[in-house]
Design a protein around this ligand. Sequence first.
Ligand SMILES: Cc1ncc(COP(=O)(O)O)c(C=O)c1O
Length: 395
Amino acid sequence: MMLGDEGYCGSVSYQKLEETIKSITGYEYVLPTHQGRAAERILYGQLLRPGCLVISNCFYSTTKGNIEEKAHAKTIALPQHPIVGELKLTEPFHGNMDITELQQLLAQRRRDVGCVIVTLTANDICGQPVSMENVRQVSRVCRSYDLPVVLDACRYAENAWFVKTREHGFADASLEHIAREAFSYGDACIVSAKKDGFGNVGAFIGIRGDRALYEKCLQELCLTQGFPTNGGISGRSMEALAVGLRESLDLDYLQYRMSQVSFLTDLIADAGIPTVWGSHVYVDAGAILDHMPREHYPAWALANALYVEGGIRGYEFGRVNYGDGYTGLDMLRFALPRRVYTNRHLEYVAEVLRYVAENKQAVSGYCVDWAPPVMRHFLGTFKPIRSEVEDDTMM
Ligand SMILES: Cc1ncc(COP(=O)(O)O)c(C=O)c1O
């Protein structure tokens, strides 16, 4: 980071970052942005026409928001294995897209569709991986319809690790090779570098071949982010990303990382709490707080109780995030920052979770205090429903 070149244009740090990105993705054009959501706003704003349909295995909330609010397009998720009823995984690649449904939809409505997105790993399907075979098939189908495929690939390295360890034919392949093959099935990508890039900030758009699209995005980038050789990111951050994006493909590091994620999952499961792991750990908050009506946002309540009790911060994937009409599970996600915690810290997380679960009657439900029409899970404020519990014992 001390090598960071903070020059407004032509930064050497950017050249290093660009070289790293090109070597990992194989894409010709790179556009740096300060976060993934800025990249989404630029790419989808240029790629999509109002009213068109965008298909994905699943959409992260900012992706869906930018497609719907900025590009005025519609979204449709086609997960092959939606998680319904109980928090249980049955497939090694539970994040896959349903190819049969994709084919059927395209056969009927190709003209309406703007692009197809594959999210690697599937953040909104419990961080589950997508198989190489599935990405290949999506690409094959879309190419037969002349339809662009975008990879939302901020966890490209973790997905590559799952492919290596779970998919037939990849055990001896290097992670670089696996990641590169996955990128080869996309026409463009969006990568938030705060995940597998080890960054505190930063993201990029990669585009293969389509010069016209690149030029349109470039103008938006310059208007909204910064000069094309920084995209609003400082030189020292670019310097760090140039290293981090490569380093996350190190097998030893990934073994350690994924063993930490599964370690925490095992501790939580040992406490009898329904949980699964992928890129992150997910728990079924509705099952833990089974005394609480869904209308009182149990996953939100659990998140707050864990924070009050132990200073632990989780992320709600439930009715706050997806809206009051959502009928799926109310889940809480623990996203483990990379190279931050020891296993002892994770034991502490499991201990606090067990304590809160054992004292669930003291956990209050919540109601909405204020919520904007979009992104209420980031921006909204909520009030405890105090009548449910005594104030002095409430978590
Ligand atoms: C799959 C996915 N896409 C896009 C984003 C948005 O990236 P950022 O947080 O850098 O805006 C995230 C963030 O978590 C994500 O998980």
